[in-house]
Design a protein. Structure first.
Lengths: 76, 407
């Protein structure tokens, strides 16, 4: 899927849109981190919770109700 | 420097006569040295490079514009590795690393992070607050203190970080660390991580709150070092949570002597004593002995400097009466002298945070501080005269000075 990277994270990707695979938000973030090491930890803390305000700035999921739930499907 | 010169003269005196002595090697000109200031701010980092006389300063930056940089430190062991503790308002914390004085930066592969708990209720690093290079015999070792309080270590020059001590998960320590409400307004912090130059396993750190702690086994175990320290009136001073050391420094010329600026006064300890002595009582009553920073002389363990702040009532955290001044003691805290020549005489309400004041190693000693209003001030003569060398920077969190080779 195409993922829109918010501007604070474009130092990792150099591009606004990147491709990443995964059936859940967690998998998409894992794929992003594989491609752009370090990007995931800026959004998800060591206890697997999205960081404050990252829920609204991470556009990996088009559904706002899924943004804070890493295990939810990316297509809903 | 004096010692080196003396040895050099002695060597020359023992040189054999020209007829039998090998041809003297041409002496390389002394390497020109410059002072590099590493400035961490609320909106990025800057480097200031001084000329040999410390009169002209070149301002370089910003690096990481928009990032909150808590600390920027040069590794004295290789003289070229810089680490920056960074985060932004929206993103999690990380550490960046440069080996070319900031021309390029690379992010840590594994920044400081607490142990993951299965129930998701473990602690979370909000930001890395303090960076300390390890012992001279351990190249690549760094320590980091975080908010909330955690002690982390890197063995590869800051690329990967791991917990440096069981205290990060010790329930007793976590109780002592208190909650976010117990700490400083922007989060409780571990700071003042000190490695004894005589022994890499001898460590100190301070926690705001949580007190001062010492380890002699490389961080596996720590013991409290809070005797003699006062706490806010009405609280029990045998409870570590209520202790709030702001900044602690070890004297390079005498590692048995430490000075501390605390929430409740200025202190000194001479090891092996386990009791801190409040030396701030001899500060002028109108000024008091509240502040955040502490700077020690590189060669004289009787000399240290503080820049007091207004700690009355609601803690305005400004200069006292809007008249900023550094205070120096040259006798271990028995007496203090005001040093404000060149500073604003009135209506200057800035202050200086705990990491934002430092000294170089020159003779006479250069002193530097960065203000909450984005100015950098320096003195080339150990505090006698001051001048502003940069202004209009963002709020300054930390200033470190290093002597660097210019070649």
């Amino acid at each position: 899927m195409k993922v829109l990277i918010p501007s604070p994270l474009r130092s990792y990707t150099q591009n606004a849109w990147v491709n990443a695979d995964g059936s859940t938000l967690a998998e998409v973030l894992d794929d992003l981190d594989r491609q752009f090491p370090g990007i995931r930890f800026r959004m998800v803390n060591e206890q697997e919770r999205t960081r404050p305000q990252c829920g609204s700035s991470c556009a990996a999921s088009p559904c706002s109700s899924c943004r804070r739930h890493l295990r939810r499907p990316t297509r809903c | 420097m004096k010692t080196t010169a003396a040895v050099s003269r002695s060597s020359r005196a023992s040189v054999k006569s020209p007829s039998t002595a090998p041809k003297p090697r041409s002496r390389a000109a002394p390497k020109p040295r410059q002072v590099l200031l590493m400035v961490a701010t609320r909106k990025g980092a800057w480097l200031l490079k001084g000329d040999a006389a410390r009169r002209q300063w070149q301002v370089m930056g910003p690096h990481f514009l928009g990032h909150i940089i808590q600390h920027l430190v040069l590794d004295p062991r290789d003289g070229r590795t810089l680490l920056a503790a960074a985060k932004t308002g929206h993103l999690g914390p990380t550490v960046f690393r440069s080996t070319d004085f900031g021309k390029t930066w690379k992010e840590a592969q594994q920044p400081p992070a607490f142990t993951k708990k299965e129930d998701g209720k473990g602690r979370v690093v909000d930001h890395t607050f303090w960076l300390t290079p390890g012992h001279a015999s351990e190249p690549g070792v760094w320590y980091a203190g975080t908010s909330p309080q955690g002690l982390f270590r890197s063995d590869d020059g800051g690329i990967t970080w791991h917990s440096a001590s069981p205290i990060n998960d010790d329930p007793r320590y976590i109780e002592w660390m208190g909650t976010v409400q117990d700490g400083t307004p922007d989060g409780p912090k571990m700071h003042s991580i000190i490695v004894d130059p005589r022994d890499p396993k001898h460590l100190y750190f301070g926690m705001s709150g949580g007190g001062v702690h010492e380890s002699t086994d490389g961080g596996q175990t720590f013991r409290l070092l809070i005797d003699g320290l006062e706490v806010v009136e009405g609280f029990a001073n045998d409870v570590p949570t209520f202790h709030d050391p702001h900044c602690m420094r070890m004297c390079p010329s005498n590692p048995d002597r430490l000075y501390q600026q605390n929430h409740c006064g200025i202190y000194r300890i001479d090891r092996p004593s386990k009791t801190w002595v409040r030396i701030g009582k001899s500060m002028p009553k109108k000024v008091g002995d509240i502040g955040f920073n502490m700077v020690v002389h590189p060669r004289d363990d009787d000399t240290c400097w503080v820049l007091p702040m207004d700690g009355q009532t609601v803690w305005p955290r400004t200069s006292v009466e809007g008249k900023p001044a550094v205070y120096v003691t040259r006798n271990g805290g028995k007496t203090w002298q005001r040093q404000d020549n060149g500073m604003p005489a009135s209506q200057a309400w800035w202050t200086v945070k705990r990491q934002a004041m430092c000294a170089d190693t020159r003779d006479p000693v250069g002193l530097y501080f960065g203000t909450s209003s984005g100015e950098i001030w320096m003195s080339r003569d150990a505090g006698t005269k001051w001048q502003c060398i940069a202004r209009h920077l963002p709020e300054i969190y930390a200033v470190e000075a290093a002597d660097i080779d210019t070649r």
